[in-house]
Design a protein around this ligand. Structure first.
Ligand code: SF4
Length: 485
């Protein structure tokens, strides 16, 4: 903090360097001038979990299983403040003890100009071509990237959109990322594709239709999974899928069951027996294709193999679309009422689909300068993380650290407390980050040991918010962090 004239103070917690008048807050709403003191507006979040249950001891009559030891506390980076301009130690370097081992957690909020989101949208519906621009409020905030199994993927944010375009592009990108990281809904449009509402942990809404199910597998996998259940009930099954359409009697699964070839040839490029690529264009129809009448994908029916009365099921990879046909005397498929046993297998496909969700991973580099808040020799922190001596968390949530250089991490935003993310108008996102290690390892990597404070002193401070530890997250403090003893 720098004092300026007439009780106005200058915030130096980010490069914006706001001048904040008494009683006012800075541009990011995170810092205020409280009686001339630069004050972090949000409380420091401390997550608490009950200690292990005390084992039943002889003579402890009357004990009914209640927890009788105080809770363990983990100081998160949420509300902690930043190290900017980074030559100073992190806001909190907290000593604690776990199972007789002295531990240290370095707690900070990182300002991430280099950060992005990986968004996984569980749907087969066509959202747009790979590499297409993802637009929000008329600005490009990212692009469509490689689809994964049953999901469409987006890459959003990143330095290219945060700082490399116009000021408005940066601000819109930052706001969209902030909303997504806070598990709020954001409407996007994909050039040449769909309008999609995405929200971490919620089903995607594609062109105003809420997606219900993630496909059970590709068409080929669906054939393999359910072939035996169809055996004897039908003469052919075609599972319509934008990626791999499966044809039962040609497929290895049908051959394994000694099913005679039914002679139905589907459009597209045959990859291997019973597996066809590109049977139609991608779209919002059956199995992520643009097909609304499944018979469109039948190229021909071989009269030498097919026969009148032959039974044919056509179904999508989610079981949402299904039709039953019988061939007439001219070998033309005629739609007929689906027999109950066939319905049951179609319903089994649907039952095996998982609920469609949108998942948002925050990805950032805990890079150059942020590490200086931990140690005077930043590369040693990187090495310590690489050697699993230091555990990295974001708001207490576990992260995945990419191999290779730097500390490039990914974290599921739904595992982080709701108040985790903020922003600064550079623009960049602010996110909590904690580094936990043995105290001896902290000293070895050149840590700011003179700045270590006792956990109790942090807990005794004002402006704390205590929250229960999310049981789905592993407890980050303990001798498991670091080399085996
Ligand atoms: S934007 Fe926020 S963190 Fe940056 S200088 Fe202003 S008040 Fe401080």
């Amino acid at each position: 903090m720098t004092e300026t004239k007439a009780d106005t103070i200058r915030c130096d917690a980010c490069p914006v360097l706001c001048r904040i008048r008494p009683g006012k807050i800075g541009a990011c709403d995170r810092y205020a001038n409280a009686d001339g003191v630069l004050t972090r507006v949000d409380p420091l979040v401390v997550a608490e979990r009950a200690r292990h249950m005390v084992p039943f001891l002889e003579g402890s009559e009357g004990w009914e299983g209640e927890v009788v030891t105080p809770a363990e506390s983990f100081v998160t980076g949420i509300g902690s403040g930043t190290t900017y301009p980074d030559y100073k130690p992190a806001p909190f370097i907290v000593a604690s003890e776990a199972e007789g081992v002295d531990m240290v957690t370095v707690v900070s909020e990182g300002i991430f100009s280099y950060c992005g989101l990986k968004v996984k949208i569980d749907t087969d519906r066509y959202l747009g071509p790979e590499q297409a621009a993802v637009m929000c409020e008329g600005e490009q905030i990212g692009h469509v990237t490689t689809a994964e199994y049953g999901s469409q993927m987006l890459a959003l944010g990143g330095v290219r959109h945060l700082t490399g375009g116009s000021k408005r592009e940066g601000n819109v990108t930052c706001q969209a990322m902030l909303d997504l990281c806070g598990c709020r809904a954001v409407e996007i449009r994909i050039e040449g594709g769909a309008k999609v509402v995405i929200q971490a942990g919620a089903p995607p809404i594609v062109d105003d239709e809420r997606e219900e199910r993630m496909r059970v597998g590709c068409g080929s996998a669906t054939i393999g999974m359910f072939a035996k259940q169809w055996y004897g009930l039908t003469d052919e099954v075609i599972v319509v899928d934008d990626h791999i359409t499966g044809v039962l009697t040609e497929h290895q699964a049908g051959r394994f069951l000694d099913m005679p070839p039914a002679g139905v040839r589907v459009r597209g490029r045959r990859s291997t027996p019973g597996r066809y690529f590109q049977v139609a264009e991608p779209g919002a129809g059956w199995g992520g294709t643009d097909v609304t009448d499944p018979l469109e994908i039948i190229e021909k029916i071989d009269p030498k193999k097919a026969w009148p009365g032959m039974r044919l099921l056509m179904v999508s990879t989610t079981g949402e679309d299904a039709a039953w046909y019988e061939l007439d005397e001219g070998l033309d498929p005629r739609e007929a009422e689906m027999p109950d046993p066939i319905w049951k297998v179609v319903e089994r496909i649907a039952e095996n689909c998982e609920p469609a969700l949108t998942s948002v991973l925050f990805m950032a580099g805990a890079g150059g300068s942020l590490r200086a808040g931990v140690t005077e020799n930043p590369v040693k922190l990187t090495r310590s993380v690489r050697e699993s001596l230091t555990r990295v968390t974001c708001g207490g949530a576990p992260v995945y650290v990419w191999p290779g250089g730097g500390i490039t991490l990914m974290v599921d935003v739904t595992r982080m407390p709701g108040s985790s993310f903020g922003y600064v108008p550079t623009p960049a996102l602010v996110a909590p980050i904690e580094f936990t290690m043995r105290r001896e390892d902290y000293a070895t990597l050149g840590g700011h040991v003179d700045s270590i404070v006792a956990l109790e002193s942090v807990l005794g401070g004002a402006h704390l918010e205590r929250m229960p530890w999310p049981t789905s997250n592993p407890w980050p403090i303990g001798p498991a962090t670091g080399r085996p003893s």
